[in-house]
Design a protein around this ligand. Sequence first.
Ligand code: F6P
Length: 359
Amino acid sequence: MKRIGLLTSGGDCQALNATMRGVVKGLSHNIKDLEIYGFEEGYKGLIYGNYRLLTSADFSGILTKGGTIIGSSRQPFKLMRVPDANGLDKVEAMKQNYYKLRLDCLVILGGNGTQKTANMLREEGLNIIHLPKTIDNDIYGTDLTFGYQSAIDIATTAIDQIHTTASSHGRVFIVEVMGHKVGWLTLSAGVASGADIILLPEIPYDVKKVCAAIDKRHKGGKKFTILAVAEGAIPKEIAKLDKKEQKKEMEKISSKYPSISYKLADDITKKTGYEVRVTVPGHVQRGGSPDPFDRVLSTKLGAYAAQCIIKEEYGIMVATVNNQIKKVDLSKSAGKLKMVDPEDQTVLLAKSIGISFGD
Ligand code: F6P
C-alpha cells in the first residue's frame, strides 16, 4: 500500500500532466494498493488541505494535454515562514495535512522556488521527490527540465514567423523570449531560428555594439535584422551597478516601457534611424501540448520517480545527467541557479558564425 501526494507549483509548462502520468502509471503498474492525492493549485492546496483523491483513470489520456489537471499557483518561498492573513503557520499546516493523510511521499513538480520549499519540507522530515519543471531550464543539477524543449519549439516558431515579415519589410525586429534570470530558452530559440543578435541576462549588452551589428548587416546588403532578446536582458552600464542601484535603474525603465525590449527598440531607433518592431510571444511559450521530446523526457522522469517511491528513496530530485535519468540530492540542488556561462560552447560557436551577443 502506498499513499502519494502530488502537487504542481509555480508557472506551468507543457509537460506537467505527462510527468504525473509517468509517476502514476509507474506506480499502478507495480503496486496493487495505491492512493493518490492531488493537492489543488500547488502548495496552496497542501497548506489549506484542498485535495482530491485521484485514480489511475485520471492520468489516462493526458500525455498530450498542456497545463496541469491539479492546477498551480505561485507561493513564494520567502513567504512560506510568514504566517498567512489569519495567522496560520503555513509550514506546520503543510506538515499536518501530510501526516493527516498518512502519505508515504509527496511528489512535487516545479521550478527553483518550488524546489526551495520542497527542500525545506524535506528538512522538516517529509519524504519528498522533486521533478524539475520549467521552460527556463535553470535548475541546478539537471541538464534538462521538462517544458524547456516544448518552449524552444514555440519561441523558435515565433521567430521563424517574424523572419518572413521582417524580410518583406526590411525592418529590425525584436522577439522577446521568456526568462528573467537566465537565457537558455533565448539562446536555443535564437540559434534555432537564425537570429542575428541574441541578448541574454548573463551577457550584459552594449547598445552601441548592438547597433554596430545591425549596421554591419545592413551595409553587407541585408535589409532586416532579427534580435532574440531575453526578458531579463540587461544593458551593461546597469549590470555594472550594485544590486540596489540596478533595481532602481530597471524600475525607471519599467515605468517608461512595457519591457526591456521596448527600451532597446527605442535606443536602436534613436541611434540608427531604423524602424524597429517588438513582438512578445509571452505565455504562449508555456501553452499547448508538450512536444515529443518532452513527452519522452517526462515519461522517463515520472517512471523513474515511481521506482524511487517503490524503493523508498526520498529527499531527491529526479534529474537528467549526461543523458541518463538519475537521482540527485535535493539539498545539493536547491537554492542554486543554472545559468548560461558566457563561455558556453553554444555561445562561442554562435559567435564564431557571426551571431552578436551585444558584448
Ligand atoms: O519561470 C517560468 C516563467 O515562464 C519565466 O520564463 C517567466 O519570466 C515567468 O515564468 C513568468 O511568470 P508569470 O507566469 O508569473 O507571469
